[in-house]
Design a protein around this ligand. Structure first.
Ligand code: MG
Ligand code: MG
Length: 238
């Protein structure tokens, strides 16, 4: 899991560094696929449920599951969500981040910051004996107190030998509810945060999810492990 996580995290950083005006999302996807394959791993998303690329790349009001395209050219001011998975020696890593393309608005900056903060608020709740609801409650509380909303239609998840495993890890919920956390669990925690409504719609391409009110959305995800020594964030690169 650590090795798969490292490859995933490194691929995401490489793609993030390439985000700039004039670049296509297909180019970012190529960077990710080449790096993952160079490491002897496989892109987890390629062919998953028929998904046609190695990464999901979603811009501005697109929440998740955007399909990279040679026709999608990044513009100054875009916020670019890149979601990556790598499968290595039997295990998956899963991680996402939101990158600024050139100079972005103050609102976009704040949205990205609050989304990251909410992830770490969730991670603080990952300890033996706590419950899944503690994670979601901490995320949702920080997001709503910041004036934003969490997407409810899509959630985090267990990650390991399969990309998506039980339990579901919602970005909302009640503290003290849900499955109990135990040493050895590996989870993908991934707040999706909207400036406006939490409602989302799916495009006719069968993949791209966007906000119903077409306002901005941000995403931040890491795969984490609960160990005897506490939490390890497997896809986080120092
Ligand atoms: Mg992901
Ligand atoms: Mg995930």
């Amino acid at each position: 899991m650590k090795q798969a996580g490292r490859i995933t995290g490194e691929a995401l950083i490489l793609a993030g560094e390439a985000v700039k005006p004039g670049i296509t999302t297909k180019h970012l996807d190529d960077i990710i696929r080449h790096y993952i394959e160079k490491c002897g791993a496989k892109p987890s998303f390629l062919g998953y449920g028929g998904f046609p690329a190695s990464a999901c790349i979603s811009i501005n009001d697109q929440v998740i599951h955007g399909i990279p395209s040679a026709n999608t050219i990044l513009q100054e001011g875009d916020i670019v969500k890149i979601d990556v998975g790598a499968y290595y020696r039997g295990f998956h890593g899963d991680s996402a981040n939101t990158f600024a393309c050139g100079k972005i608005s103050a609102e976009a900056e704040r949205l990205i910051r609050v989304t990251k903060e909410s992830f770490w608020k969730g991670v603080e709740q990952v300890k033996e004996g706590n419950r899944i609801g503690d994670i979601g409650s901490a995320i949702e509380t920080h997001v709503t107190e910041s004036g934003y909303s969490v997407v409810k239609r899509y959630v985090g998840h267990g990650v390991g030998q399969e990309l998506h495993e039980s339990p579901e890890v919602p970005n909302y919920g009640k503290a003290g509810r849900g499955p109990r956390l135990a040493v050895g669990m590996t989870l993908a925690i991934e707040p999706m945060v909207n400036v406006g409504t939490s409602d989302v719609i799916e495009l006719s391409d069968g993949w791209t999810v966007l906000t119903r009110d077409r306002k901005l959305s941000a995403h931040y995800e890491h795969s984490i492990a609960l160990t005897e020594n506490g939490v390890e964030v497997l896809t986080y690169i120092e």
